[in-house]
Design a protein around this ligand. Sequence first.
Ligand code: HEM
Length: 397
Amino acid sequence: MQAASQTHCNSRIQIEWTSGGCTARAMAQVLQQLHMRGLHDQLRQSPLQATALVYSLLLACPVILLLLARRCATSAAARKKERLLRMLPSPPHWLPVIGHLHLVGRLPHVSLRDLAADHSRGGLMLLRLGAVPTLIVSSPRATEAVLRTHDHVFASRACSPVTDILFYGSTDVSFAPYGEHWRQVKKIATTHLLTNKKVRVYRHAHEQEVRLVMEKTHEAAVAGATIDLSSLLSSYTNDVVCHAVSGKFFREEGRNKLIQELVEANSSLIGGFNLEDYFPILVKLDLFKRMLCAKALKVNERWNELLDKLIGDHERRLASQHGDEESDFIDVLLSVQEEYNLTRDHIKAQLEIMFEAGTDTPYIVLEYAMIKLMQNPNIMTKLQTELRMTDDCTDRK
Ligand code: HEM
């Protein structure tokens, strides 16, 4: 794609933005002209043009040196990777430095769907999001290949200094790189924490939380007041997760509110648009890294204090009572600590990710469901009728 043009010595040089070679190609032409005509000749014939030429050359020299240095530093493996990436279908409109970032709009999932519809082949498409090559998978067959056949290749998330700080060296089940530690914590999650039995055990507590939400909604309806459903649903999912993770005393000292605040702080640090996700090289700049980590360190300090307190309380309670059926995640993790060789930081990382992963996801699903119901009043009426019929049946029993 032609993105710019410059005029030198009465001849027009088109700079083509192709795979980072734009400046090099333009400079090659400038140098060729210099070689043919001679700098002295030019200075004598047309001092103004020649001065402009010298300035262009001086400006471009560092760029050429940088490009040369980068080329030398690029390993054979990286070049091979780049060759493979180029075989993937990809939208043609990519720009130097930002790549395809400008093609992703405010609703990324919509942009990705539209781009995939136009440019993917076999359900695969490559986007260069800043400096990060990103594979977009959009067909069931390609999804199966990525999530099943080649699962181990894609299993690890990209490293980030922020998740390292927040999740105790990224040792939690979500951010730990694929390997032995991840297998252990995954096993703990699937066989001890996120099981059908645990869901059944917490059913009563869950129903209690639903009842509280219904009461608040009812009160607001009777008073004719408006209700902030987003905040209500977010507190509800947070309280359900707090109960499962840290036990029935989760409202003590307003801990549920603090956890909700910290989960939100984590989400804003991990989610959203973070420059370093697209330009990981920035993390190597000391000043940038310090700025990036400062907030994460403060948030981690607060998590650390809270988790230490929660674990300490449980250790004391565990010593006094055994065999409580409604054991929460902290009890469970403490009981398998030796078997799985877990440090205290490992336990904190697992607890924190449970709060994080368990709060936002159900809340977003519920909020989305409410939005869809409001947008489709006929479906809302159908649902209300079904619920009233269920209520009638329950009342008659
Ligand atoms: C509607 C509710 C939920 C939805 C839609 C949901 C969705 C998901 C998805 C899609 C993943 C995979 C993410 C990935 O690998 O990139 C995931 C992972 C996870 N979820 Fe949920 N989730 C929900 C509820 C919960 C709850 C209630 C908890 C905990 C109490 C939880 C804990 C986790 C954990 C720990 C992981 C990481 C597991 C791993 O990477 O192996 N989730 N969830």
